[in-house]
Design a binder for this molecule. Sequence first.
Ligand code: NAD
Length: 493
Amino acid sequence: MTAPISTPTYDGRAVINGERIAALDGQTFDCVSPVDGRLLTAVARCGQADVDAAVRAARAAFESRRWSGMAPAHRKRILIKFADAVLAHGDELALMETLDMGKPVKYAKGVDVNSAANCIRWYGEAVDKVYDEIAPTGSNALALITREAVGVVGVIVPWNYPMIMAAWKIAPALAAGNSVVLKPSEKSPLTALRLADLALAAGIPPGVFNVVPGYGPEAGSPLALHMDVDCIAFTGSTRVGKQIHVMAGQSNLKRAWTELGGKSPNIVFADCPNLDRAVEAAVGSIFFNQGESCNAPSRLFVEASIKDAFLEKALKLVPSYQPGNPLDKGTVMGAIVDQVQLESVMRYIGLGTSEGAQLIAGGALASPVAGGCYVQPTIFDGVTPEMTIAREEIFGPVLSVLSFTDAASVVREANNSVYGLQAAVWTSDINKAHGVARALRAGTVHVNQYDEDDITVPFGGFKQSGVGRDKSMHAFDKYTEMKTTWIRIDSPV
Ligand code: NAD
């Protein structure tokens, strides 16, 4: 059944100081759907002047203390209202997300809308339960250790989970009392703009949450380089993430937090407790969101003695992941975000073949909807560690299968990556599970599953997968400064 194509109403203008406004120079860019190539709307192409205006508004709002000075319990009520509004507009937001970046509408609603709303609610509920500290100093003084909002937070996010990536940053930043300027990806700007409308309607004061759509070098760089932005929170590629840290250093040494790429290893030992579950997780997780997930387990290491049995089961599942119309409620794999990304995925598939890997599934374009961007779910066997498809993040539905014979060598190979976002190990041996989990250099390690996820746990990476953690109470550390206040006590008694 196909979802109604009652196209949502789009407003591509920026949100600055509580107003919808065009870019100051009037420029726009076309927002085109990867579902079928239709033009969705023109979006404000913000640049330096617009970023300056948004930062000015954010600074003025922060200094006015109309949000930063509000009691946490009051901010909580408004954030919960904002989360409720996201759910109430769930159908509209999901359809917008699907048309904008191609994911199946059932996941846009069931995963993205719900997860973004849950994140906003969770930080809202948390913020009036955070206590500060008193240090155990001598009796003639009192030392208070308090956390204060950092000030103006710049947020730059990618296109793969536009609402969730934005929520992971704006929710803790706003809950802590900061003002935010959000730069969504130029490939998926629409839901971020709509979220700002909903935030304003829920009572977040004008200037506290601004959105400046536009291209990275034109709108993102001015934000990362801005002398009046106190913190930049970035999710995206490792290539751009490195530039973000440089820009922070070149400007005002703003705090820079980065959630970057991954090439996550998924290690299946022959004593895996449930091979069917391991196969489903390996296949389902690499093809979920069209493979456009930073934590996709894109390197599958299977112990040699079970590899044939594993792949036989995996190949049986592949047909159920054939891309379909993302607006069809039964579709599990949708469109790649745009033509550029589609060509990049196809280039990697070409490299896999030319470097000697064995293509055992997919490998070609698909066309469930004319004019859209689709590729078949693809699996390469016989991949070796030096091949490009074993080293680089493809960010598409392409699985690289490698085999191994012992724990020490597979851990060495799993860690042989510039990335360290996630990893998994499947075994019935508790010693092996703990030993391998400890040895893996990754921000998250899964044991005998790959799909557990919760707002209560930190998310982020070792090595070049980034600096800092999203989610959980630890995220507050990124959006607050720690202050010590010494108070002398001249005791009269
Ligand atoms: P990208 O780095 O190309 O772009 C990310 C954002 O940065 C976009 O908003 C873009 O406009 C902006 N940008 C680009 N150039 C810029 C510049 N010079 N200055 C400032 N901003 C700039 O990444 P993408 O293609 O949008 O997203 C895919 C990447 O995101 C993948 O590498 C993926 O692994 C990563 N990602 C990581 C996580 C995580 O939590 N670790 C989550 C999702 C995605």
